[in-house]
Design a protein around this ligand. Structure first.
Ligand SMILES: [Zn+2]
Length: 207
């Protein structure tokens, strides 16, 4: 299967993908990195509903089959990162509160959530690993990300880095390591970073 071609329009929406807009009040004039997340839930649609109910948001949600849904245009701030820290690897500048500079991608995946794993195990193609998170904790079961989903995630990270000249691709568990475990040990972070022109793993920041 060929990876999807992603074109980002002048209005900061991806061409030709489905939209499920979540209104946000703030502009995001500066974009510096992509933060990848897992939803810790069932379908992408169910997680968009849950985000709306909780008053949070991400720019894009990517389902297990690679379906992309955009919720927030890339020139508006989405509420996905919360209290967090990130050092720009190109300039050395330390930033806090990722929502003001980071594009957020939510990836439909159970993570290690027992309830979500019970749902995910019943889906065709389910696979999981047992691993300890790099940030510590017990050895847990983590849902694997299907190939079609990772192809879409990789293509979107690449398209965003190119379009906005971003300096980093990271994860929520790297910018808020003291409280977050997503996208976790099953996520091929290094391979996605390499596809985007970066090397190794992201710097990990704790409060
Ligand atoms: Zn997250």
């Amino acid at each position: 299967m060929n990876p999807p071609t992603i074109i980002i329009n002048e209005d900061h929406w991806i061409a030709g993908v489905q939209r499920d807009p979540i209104a946000t009040s703030r502009e995001m004039p500066v974009r510096r990195c992509v933060v990848n997340h897992f939803t810790g839930g069932a379908t992408g649609t169910s997680s968009i509903g849950a985000m709306r109910q909780c008053g949070v948001s991400a720019h894009v949600v990517i389902d297990r089959d690679g379906t992309i849904t955009q919720c927030v245009p890339f020139n508006r701030a989405a509420a996905h990162a919360g209290v967090s820290r990130w050092r720009d690897p190109k300039t050395g500048t330390l930033y806090t509160f990722g929502n003001t500079f980071a594009i957020g991608i939510e990836i439909a995946n159970a993570g290690s959530d027992p309830g979500a794993l019970t749902w995910a195990r019943k889906q065709p193609g389910f696979a999981s690993i047992r691993a300890r998170h790099a940030n510590g904790g017990a050895v847990l079961e983590w849902e694997c990300f299907p190939a079609a989903q990772i192809e879409a995630v990789t293509a979107l990270n690449e398209a965003l880095v190119q379009r906005y000249n971003l300096d980093d691709v990271t994860g929520h568990d790297c910018i808020a390591a003291e409280r977050k475990d997503d996208p976790g040990p099953a996520f091929p972070m290094q391979a996605i970073r390499e596809a985007c022109g970066f090397s190794g793993l992201p710097e990990v920041h704790r409060a």
